[in-house]
Ligand binder design. Structure first.
Ligand code: ADP
Length: 510
């Protein structure tokens, strides 16, 4: 490794685009390149990506960000201390080990084609056992039934898999394989824990589940720590070999980028949906509220000591910023998403109006796919400003329900919430969140937490940073929102909200 190797190259492989970000030793972004790739919808409910195109777009943005460089000067590969990978999770790729070519399009996490298989397993009473082993709810979302579908559908695939000719991977694994010209076939526990094939307690592939889904062991990548050098990029790719020092799922990366290192810390990403994680410490916490138990990260340690694993509770709500998109595109009461703030602030309160954004059903902790959105409490005095305000409150109140469930499941009392994502820029929404949760909401200076978290993990493995304390010093607060209502007011608000939620439940299936 060259002495001047000072940058970490973070690869953020998302659902709609591939990005490459240069992060300097102070945790600042020094450059970024991004490229979108195609989405395929071959049938209703199916979503696919071309894995080869994902790799091509990822390599293109790597080359672009390096050649654009910093301060007008290109960055050479020997200036890179490490490569970090963060990625869309659960998306399933199956490829030929000899040619490196995918056997079919990747099945994306959003894809619902294996719903019937999940219903069948549910009917066989397998859900509780699967949850106990993996921390996950039986759902097409996760990789296991997607991989089974590929092996069932592609002629000869299972036989070839048994003979060791094929490889399975989520996107982290696929990128590492391509970066190393096929020398590394590995995944980390944050990604592996989303496959529904990993034993959450031992962090080994679960033989019972492999049998249940008829998945040959020979297909599977090695499970290695989230932070740790797993190999080097092929020298031909960037001009010299660069260590690959982290692989981490996107939500867990954001959690690490928010420096939520200790038990009881939590983050919410306000994007299209809201994505919440609570750090529950070194042991997995089973959920009784239909939340997911998942691995946050595993830090590699010098040989001879045990790697430290951090577990999280995770949940998401479907309609976060998407509720605001609906105000813009469905109702047409705002011209752009940021306009919602001034409109909502033009009235002092919602005048007892509630918008339950169950447009696609309700997720955690209610899980009612038949729920439909409800706008309730309108009078002749109701204006678009009240509706805009009720929409913002509806986002914040759903988040409260999830964190209440997380606190119940874990017995942990939240001290504060760290926030990021597009809609976290909305000050009014953040104030509502603090009010309704009754704890401070804290927005950091850098909200690019996903790439940053991956870079931190790689920097720890390559000694840019020696411990999590030195990373914490880079995390700085931009603004803190303190709760400004009484607990009586909070309770009354939540009570009224729950009345509105009840009215939206089951609507599509009377
Ligand atoms: P994603 O990564 O899911 O595409 P982003 O983090 O880019 O999402 O956030 C975009 C979402 O945030 C959109 O749904 C948009 O409606 C919402 N949004 C953006 N700005 C604001 C704002 N000022 N107030 C409320 N919502 C906003």
């Amino acid at each position: 490794m060259a002495a001047n190797a000072q940058y970490i190259l973070a690869l953020d492989q998302g659902t709609t685009s591939s990005r490459a970000i240069l992060v300097d030793r102070f945790g600042n972004s020094a450059g970024m390149a991004q490229q979108e790739f195609r989405q395929f919808f071959p049938q209703p409910g199916w979503v696919e990506h071309d894995a080869a195109e994902i790799w091509d777009s990822q390599l293109a943005v790597i080359r672009e960000v390096l050649s654009r460089g910093v301060d007008g000067k290109p960055v050479a590969a020997d200036q890179l201390r490490a490569i970090a990978i963060t990625n869309q999770r659960e998306t399933t790729v199956l490829w030929d080990r000899a040619t490196g070519k995918p056997l079919a399009n990747a099945i994306v996490w959003q894809d619902r084609r294996t719903r019937e298989r999940c219903t069948e397993l549910q009917a066989q009473g397998r859900a509780a056992d699967i949850q106990a082993r993996t921390g996950l709810l039986l759902d097409p979302y996760f990789s296991a039934t997607k991989l089974q579908w590929l092996l069932d559908t592609l002629p000869g695939a299972r036989e070839r898999a048994r003979r060791g000719e094929l490889a399975f991977g989520t996107i982290d694994t696929w990128l590492a394989w391509n970066l190393t010209a096929g020398r590394v076939h590995a995944t980390d526990p944050s990604n592996a824990s989303r496959t529904m094939l990993l034993d959450l307690h031992t962090l080994q592939w679960d033989e019972t589940l492999l049998e249940l889904f008829d998945i040959p062991h020979a297909l599977l990548p090695a499970v290695v720590p989230t932070s740790g050098v797993i190999g080097e990029s092929d020298p031909g790719l960037l001009g010299c070999a660069v260590p690959i020092a982290a692989m981490v799922g996107d939500q867990q990366a954001a959690m690490f980028g928010q420096a939520c290192f200790s038990r009881g810390m939590a983050k919410n990403t306000y994007g299209t949906g809201c994505f919440m994680l609570l750090n529950t410490g070194e042991h997995p916490v089973p959920s009784h509220s239909r939340l997911l138990t998942t691995v946050g990260w595993q830090l590699g340690r010098p040989q001879g000591t045990v790697p430290v694993t951090t577990y999280c509770l995770e949940a998401s709500v479907f309609m976060g910023g998407a509720t605001i998109q609906w105000l813009r595109d469905g109702l047409g009461i705002i011209g752009s998403a940021p306009e919602v703030e001034a409109l909502a602030a033009s009235v002092p309160d919602v005048a007892d109006t509630y918008l339950v954004p169950a447009f696609t059903g309700l997720g955690a902790p209610i899980w009612d796919s038949d729920a439909r959105a409800t706008l309730i409490g309108m009078t002749r005095g109701t204006t678009r400003a009240h509706i805009a305000r009720a929409a913002l409150e509806g986002i914040a109140l759903q988040v409260v329900d999830v964190f209440d469930a997380m606190q119940r499941d874990s017995g942990i009392a939240l001290a504060e919430l760290r926030v990021d994502g597009g809609a976290s820029k909305n000050d009014l929404l953040m104030q509502m969140q603090a009010d309704f949760l009754g704890i401070p909401v804290v927005r950091p200076r850098i909200t690019e937490t996903t790439a940053l978290g991956a870079a931190y993990l790689a920097g720890l493995a390559t000694e840019i940073w020696h411990d999590t304390e030195s990373i914490e010093s880079h995390w700085t607060e931009e603004r803190r929102f303190e709760p400004a209502i009484t607990s009586d007011q909070r309770e009354a608000k939540l009570d009224r909200w729950h009345q509105a939620v009840e009215r939206s439940e089951g609507w599509a299936n009377p």
